[in-house]
Unconditional design. Structure first.
Length: 254
């Protein structure tokens, strides 16, 4: 299959579903795929789709409990640095574990649901932007993050799930998770802007953008073919269209 090449932000088919490919990626080489996007953009849904359609191994970080989280919610300014440093170290360990798996299984392709980059570039940065994380603490955190980031293998492909802020709010309301319902609109708006700013400056490798409000790859066959066609040429050993068996999924964008 011919490799699709486009500049970041351009569409493969102007009149069709919004899928865009960034910097050129050699055909069939991607073994480490990262999925990024705001709360409710559909990261878990896409990860499940990639697992079913392409037999890609999903990689989820261990569900460790952050010992600072309760204190953070009680006194955000006092415990923001402690909490974010814990999350950073946990993401670092998870990323290293994934790197070992990739090295040990050369024939496999892995997909990571949320990256270490988002922890720093989105959540820590947003806490700093809204005045919760001090300038000094954010500078120290950023220095540690940069040192860690530069030692880690980069994703062969970053899939960015874009959804408008009103769309994110609708999905959060619809799926009804208590911890999300409590989010303040200002914080959610800051996260949305942080994601857009981060993706605009992302330069660690090839990207693919999915406009999730325009693409229903679970229910719409045409949309599904569009997505699979875009991915077949870049995922190692994953070619030839075949209709996946789809189970019941959360269409609200997990």
């Amino acid at each position: 299959m011919a490799h699709v090449v486009a500049k970041k932000g351009t569409h493969i088919k102007p009149s069709g579903p919004a899928i865009a490919v960034g910097p050129t990626l050699p055909s069939g080489d991607a073994r480490f795929v990262a999925v990024a996007g705001n709360i409710g953009a559909g990261k878990s849904t896409l990860t499940g789709f990639l697992e079913k359609r392409f037999a890609i191994q999903p990689f989820y970080e261990p569900n460790d409990s952050n010992p600072y989280l309760k204190d953070f919610y009680a006194d955000m300014k006092r415990y923001a640095f402690h909490s974010q440093m814990y999350f950073l170290s946990a993401k670092f360990r998870a990323h290293l574990d994934l790197a070992r798996l990739i090295a040990a299984e050369p024939g496999s392709v892995f997909v990571q649901d949320r990256t270490i980059y988002e922890d720093a570039e989105i959540f820590a940065r947003t806490l700093h932007t809204i005045g919760v994380l001090s300038e000094r603490d954010f500078a120290t955190y950023s220095s540690m993050y940069t040192a860690i980031r530069d030692t880690l293998p980069r994703p062969d492909l970053l899939i960015y799930l874009r959804c408008s802020l009103p769309g994110i709010k609708r999905r959060i309301r619809a799926r009804g998770r208590p911890e999300e319902q409590a989010m303040k609109p200002r914080y959610l708006a800051a996260l949305h802007q942080a994601y857009e700013d981060w993706f605009a400056r992302y330069d660690l490798g090839p990207t693919l953008v999915i406009e999730t409000e325009k693409l229903d790859y679970w229910e719409n066959l045409v949309d599904r073919v569009e997505l699979v066609t875009a991915l077949e040429g870049v995922l190692k050993g994953r070619g030839a269209w075949a209709e996946p068996v789809l189970g019941e999924q959360d269409a609200l964008g997990r």
